[in-house]
Design a protein around this ligand. Structure first.
Ligand code: CO
Length: 159
């Protein structure tokens, strides 16, 4: 396994749409393993392939109760609303309140190409929604609720 470089805001790849995965081969497994190591090392709760420079529809999440891998994830149902404070490994030091569905149902494939269904509520729903946004080139920052913005940067040289 290897730690991959996390692309930061300003990198064009984060604004692009990722492509469907068609080959569930060793290359994909290496990517998943490396993403896993990178996410845990960075203490993230989710990571999408474009964040490590690969425009492929691959996400992983672990909100503290185990790793979930989802290839070609698609939201098939969502309901309710919830506000929560979010951050992103590609926007270090920035946080904001975002509105997302409270419950989410996802159709995806596992690393072997088998069809799976995933459910999320609360924090997991949030994580799925955030990571799937990455596959469509959307950063959470663009969804921070107007009038309730709580974006702050860590101290930089000027402060
Ligand atoms: Co993110």
């Amino acid at each position: 396994m290897a730690i991959l470089e996390i692309r930061l805001e300003g990198d064009e790849i984060l604004t692009k749409k990722s492509k469907l995965v068609e080959n569930f081969d060793k290359k994909l497994h290496i990517l998943l393993n490396d993403m896993q190591e990178t996410m845990y090392k960075s203490k993230g709760i989710g990571l999408a392939a474009p964040q490590v420079g690969k425009l492929r529809r691959v996400i992983i999440i672990d909100i503290g109760d185990g790793l979930i891998e989802a290839i070609n994830p698609e939201i098939v149902e969502s309901s309710g609303e919830q506000k929560s404070m979010e951050g992103c490994l590609s926007l270090p030091g920035e946080m904001g309140i975002v509105m997302r569905p409270r419950i989410i149902k996802i159709k995806a494939q596992n690393r072997f190409g088998e069809k799976i269904e995933l459910f999320g509520n609360g924090m997991r729903s949030n994580a799925f929604s955030h990571e799937i946004d990455h596959l469509n080139g959307v950063l959470f920052k663009t969804k921070v609720i107007s009038g309730n913005i709580n974006l702050f940067k860590k101290k930089d040289k000027s402060s």
